[in-house]
Ligand binder design. Structure first.
Ligand code: T4K
Length: 375
């Protein structure tokens, strides 16, 4: 059995296919700043994601910063988000001089609960930054209703849902804009990278400007922009990886079925939900382990797997409100206490990529059954 086994493994093109692309870059001498491969990549992205506007970035975090910046929100106003996410989501709010306000998650999808969002709204609220987490999509109808009712901007952190659809509608068309990550750990990667998508072609000009220091021409800087440009090497890898994504995704879909089958009868172990009419991105395979029923805790299983050189991850524990910068921030909820504070110690993401083989699944299942017997 091939070990160690990690939660993610980057999808990489054949090295031989990369060499001609690199030769092209070397020959042209254009290595960054909206080069030819970058432009080709953006066109390919628009096709793949089914959005009229897809602007590539050097990483997802900078894309998030720009997505919020382009909304022109009042400095100091509040942006409602989920605490069950990667730190970058909350940080992008704070870096924009805005105030993150946390709301609880729905028990099934673990995405932002619209009812909790309503509770979190104040006269200072300007936007909602929702996260499609693990591959589960948000209640896009419920969130849009709230945004419309209260005149709020709605931004999606779509780092985990590359290529997903809801009722055949591309995920990047929901809300005002969506932000993707193409980090090595994502279903689709360009080593590092990201994108902003929008329904509106007219958003391109603003995004282009903010991504490039706000430069309009050699003599004018019109926005407080940043350097969010993707370089030609990243674009080359992105272009080569795009055609490989569908196969990787379908291998993961089979892997999900195999995991579901192996772990289906474990008491207190909740398998990932299947969302109706959603084409799932297969980003993470996450379990919710209730130690009261299972006997052992999520952490005990995590430790047991680690001893066998299998590295699952507790995404996203600790949650944002456990981190020093957001330590005393309230989590708005409709429950007696926030559900997210319970589920954060129960979620476990198992290794999930085409490098996971049957013998790995058997070893993981054995560890779960050992933990069950030991309880
Ligand atoms: N929003 C959300 C919801 C996100 O999840 C993220 C990123 C962002 C925004 C921000 O997007 P970016 O700015 O990153 O584009 C990883 C990633 O660094 C991060 O991109 C990702 N989310 C987060 C969920 O996971 P770590 O600290 O878990 O990474 P690391 O290095 O421990 O990698 C996990 C495993 O993957 C390793 O054990 C081995 C494997 N791996 C990793 C890398 C980097 C490889 O096999 N090869 C590699 O090159 O954060």
């Amino acid at each position: 059995m091939n070990l160690p086994l990690y939660v993610s493994k980057p999808l990489l093109p054949d090295l031989e296919t990369l060499v001609p692309q690199l030769k092209e870059i070397w020959a042209s001498g254009i290595v960054t700043n909206n080069g030819p491969l970058h432009q080709k990549f953006e066109n390919a992205l628009e096709q793949y994601l089914g959005t009229p506007c897809a602007m590539a970035f050097n990483n997802g975090t900078i894309a998030l910063l720009v997505a919020l910046k382009m909304m022109d929100l009042e400095i100091g106003s509040e942006v409602i988000t989920t605490p069950l996410t990667f730190a970058a989501t909350a940080h992008s709010i704070a870096w924009n001089g805005l105030v993150p306000v946390f709301a609880d998650v729905e028990p099934q999808s673990l995405t932002l609960d619209p009812k909790a969002v309503e509770r979190a709204i104040s006269p200072r609220t300007s936007a909602i930054l929702a996260v499609h987490v693990y591959g589960n999509v948000c209640d896009v109808v419920g969130l849009q209703d709230i945004a419309d009712k209260h005149g709020l901007r709605l931004i999606y952190d779509a780092a985990h849902v590359f290529g997903a659809t809801i009722d055949d509608r591309p995920i990047g068309l929901f809300g005002d804009v969506s932000v993707f990550s193409f980090h090595a750990t994502k279903l689709f990667n360009s080593l590092e990278g990201g994108a902003i998508t929008s329904r509106l072609v007219s958003d391109k000009e603003k995004i282009y400007s903010l991504r490039n220091f706000g430069i309009k021409n050699e003599e004018e800087v019109v926005d407080i922009g940043i350097n969010g440009k993707m370089n030609e090497f990243q674009a080359a890898v992105g272009l080569l990886n795009l055609p490989l994504v569908a196969e990787e995704r379908s291998k993961r879909a089979q892997l999900r079925d195999r995991y579901n089958y192996s772990l289906r009868d474990l008491p207190g172990v909740r398998l990932p939900v299947t969302q109706k009419n959603v084409f799932n991105s297969e980003q993470y395979y996450h379990l919710v382990i209730d130690h009261r029923e299972f006997g052992s805790s999520r952490d005990e299983i995590y430790d047991g797997l680690k001893e066998s050189n299998i590295f699952a991850r507790k995404y996203f524990h600790p949650i944002c409100t456990d981190f020093a910068p957001y330590k005393n921030y309230k989590i708005h909820t409709t429950h007696e206490s926030p559900y997210v504070n319970e589920v954060k110690s129960q979620v476990l993401c198992l290794p999930f990529h085409s490098g996971v083989k049957d013998e790995h699944i058997e070893a993981i299942e054995r560890q779960f059954r050992r933990s069950l017997r030991a309880s």
